[in-house]
Design a binder for this molecule. Structure first.
Ligand code: 13P
Length: 254
């Protein structure tokens, strides 16, 4: 479990799912469970649902987030939405560099770094996602990949700029596969990432930054993951679309 500096964060990433009616229904379910949550709660919703879900979450303490944003504030970027637009629509948070964005939509570390700057400028809390593929893990490249993604993603900012930043460790092989990292594997990677944060801005920064685990988190495995010293929360895909998310929000301290 996290130190007192790091309030647990239980976040749902709805990805490209749900109609508006379904989004409203799920948002009401999450809002209803907010009081009994074991930490802070956030939902990353499709852009089309931001405003309706925002209405439902008002006053509940559940934080609203977008799943991606462009690094330019405005302009001729058909199909994109910008960080100021995301903030204007009522979001407090944004995911940056999710592995699906990296793999399917060409997000590079350089872009992620620019998106981070844009998110901070817009007053959003960025959740920067990192993680290795199965091939990288099997060829012993995990640490090199994580080191590069963290260093390049966070490059060029002062510690004060990064005070709000959250990191999400999402091993690509664990996403949507039902193959969760073991609590020991998650802890090992989180500890490594925290050491990278220390290299960038020192002990205080490393000790105060939340690192979430994502990849096949379920109602059944959340407690054992959250029991790890450097796991400060969960970023949940599939299980965040179901009632199970309420159980994840109310994880039990081991
Ligand atoms: P799953 O929980 O469906 O594996 O997805 C994880 C994820 O990608 C969250 O961002």
């Amino acid at each position: 479990m996290a130190s007192n500096l790091r309030r647990p964060l239980l976040a749902g990433n709805w990805k490209m799912n749900l109609t508006l009616a379904q989004s409203v229904e799920l948002a009401k379910l999450v809002a209803g469970g907010a009081n009994s949550a074991s930490g802070e709660v956030a939902v990353f919703v499709p852009a089309t649902a931001i405003t309706v879900v925002g209405e439902i979450l008002k006053g509940t303490g559940v934080r609203l987030g977008a799943q991606n944003g462009h690094f330019e504030a405005s302009g001729a970027y058909t199909g994109e939405i910008s960080m100021p637009m995301i903030a204007d629509a009522g979001c407090a948070m944004v995911l940056i560099g999710h592995s699906e964005r990296r793999k399917l939509f060409g997000d590079t570390d350089a872009w992620i770094n620019k998106k981070l700057g844009a998110a901070l400028k817009a007053g959003l809390t960025p959740v920067v996602c990192v993680g290795e593929t199965l091939e990288e893990r099997e060829s012993q490249k995990t640490w090199r990949v994580l080191e590069t993604q963290v260093a390049e993603g966070l490059k060029g900012f002062a510690p004060a700029d990064l005070a709000k930043v959250v990191i999400a460790y999402e091993p690509v092989w664990a996403i949507g596969t039902g193959k969760t990292a073991t609590p020991a594997q998650a802890q090992e990677a989180h500890l490594f990432i925290r050491a990278q944060l220390k290299k960038i801005h020192g002990d205080g920064f490393a000790a105060g930054t939340r690192i979430l685990y994502g990849g096949s988190v379920t109602a059944e495995n959340v407690d054992s993951l959250m029991a790890q010293a450097d796991v400060d929360g969960a970023l949940v895909g599939g299980a965040s679309l179901k009632k199970d998310f309420l159980r994840i929000m109310g994880f039990q301290k081991a």
